[in-house]
Ligand binder design. Structure first.
Ligand SMILES: NC(=O)C[C@H](N)C(=O)O
Length: 355
């Protein structure tokens, strides 16, 4: 991010960690806002060996910032608590609130980048949503941890420090929304949680990471080839809600009743976590086609965990779209946004090809 350069350089120690004055800083460090949403990075337990039964979203932003005073030497850091929840409880209202606040802050001259602390369970969904709706090329870095703040060898503090470093690096501009854990910089479009409990859980198996933080340096090697941030056509500034999109999982012996139930409950779109290359059983196909006739958009993704769901010649006849390499939970994010623009199947397919 563009660091303000002035002739009067204030030593880093003169900055306050949580500056609520909203005045531009006068040193040459980048101004980074941390928006806190909860998760394990803000998790707490009475037992320091507890890595599973702790309370996620227990500690506030002040505590997280005060735990890493080293950030003062790399940025002017201030924080805001947006919500404080485990990430399974991040919902559409929170997504909209977070994205609007992010855009508001990025529009200001005295904000050079944003770091968002978040639970890891649904981190990739929030990161991808922001990737599609942030309308600035300033860095946005989403960070989490797998061990609560109270654990031996908690991974949160260093992840947070590195996230601030990445958010303050000029090379991070225009890279789309980034995800930082374990010294790796991932693209929101590609990265996913691959292990339920391991610290090195965030991977981009097919596409790779964009870069890494090693020592004092931020390194980039790749760029996301999909449209994001300033190139994205999605605008959430006037939205107060997002359309209901549900995910249905394929398995042997399934029935169409889940499709009927989703439609009855108000789904405007259904993402199918299909088997293999986005396959649906005959009974699911019946349910999906019946939903399609009622105007519900059906998007074929895959339960496999990696790979592309390729377009099928049968899609046009059934009014289905295919989701490229987006996993079901990210396909749901894109389909919600697509449905704010159009219900045309061809147009929605083109969004899945481009974003
Ligand atoms: N590691 C974590 O952050 C998991 C936690 N359950 C959450 O997503 O909030």
């Amino acid at each position: 991010a563009a660091a303000a350069t002035t002739s009067t350089t204030v030593p880093p120690s003169a900055t306050t960690i949580t500056d609520k004055s909203e005045k531009p800083q006068t040193n040459n460090l980048p101004n980074i806002k941390i928006l806190a949403t909860g998760g394990t990075i803000a998790g707490s337990s009475a037992v320091n060996t507890d890595t599973t039964d702790y309370k996620a979203g227990a500690l506030g932003i002040e505590t997280l910032i005060n735990a890493v005073p080293e950030m003062k030497s790399i940025a002017n850091v201030s924080g805001e608590q947006v919500v404080n929840v485990g990430s399974p409880d991040i919902n559409n209202d929170i997504l909209l609130k977070l994205a609007k606040r992010t855009n508001e802050l990025l529009a200001r001259d005295d904000v050079d980048g944003i770091v968002i602390t978040h639970g890891t369970d649904t981190l990739e969904e929030t990161a991808y949503f922001l990737n599609l709706v942030v309308n600035s090329d300033k860095p946005v870095v989403v960070v989490g941890s797998m061990r609560p703040a109270t654990a031996i060898s908690a991974d949160g503090p260093f992840n947070l420090y590195n996230a601030v470093k990445v958010a303050g690096a000029s090379a991070s501009k225009g890279q789309g929304v980034l995800v930082l854990l374990n010294d790796r910089i991932g693209a929101a479009r590609y990265i996913t949680k691959t292990n339920t409990t391991a610290v090195d859980t965030f991977k981009s198996v097919e596409q790779g990471y964009l870069g890494a933080v090693v020592g004092d340096q931020v390194y980039y090697y790749n760029k996301s080839t999909h449209k994001h941030t300033t190139a994205s056509m999605f605008d959430i500034s006037i939205l107060t809600q997002l359309p209901q999109v549900d995910i249905l999982y394929e398995y042997q012996n399934n029935g169409r009743y889940l499709y009927d139930a989703a439609v009855a409950a108000g789904a405007k779109g259904i993402v199918v976590a299909g088997s293999g290359n986005g396959s649906l059983s005959k009974t699911s196909t019946e349910g999906a086609e019946a939903a399609g006739k009622k105007g519900v958009i059906i998007a074929r993704s895959s339960r496999v965990g990696s790979g592309i769901v390729s377009p099928s010649t049968k899609d046009a006849a059934s009014n289905f779209v295919s989701t490229d390499s987006l996993n079901p939970q990210k396909a749901r994010i894109l389909l919600m946004l697509a449905l704010t623009q159009t219900h045309d199947v061809k147009e929605i397919q083109s969004f899945f090809n481009e974003y």
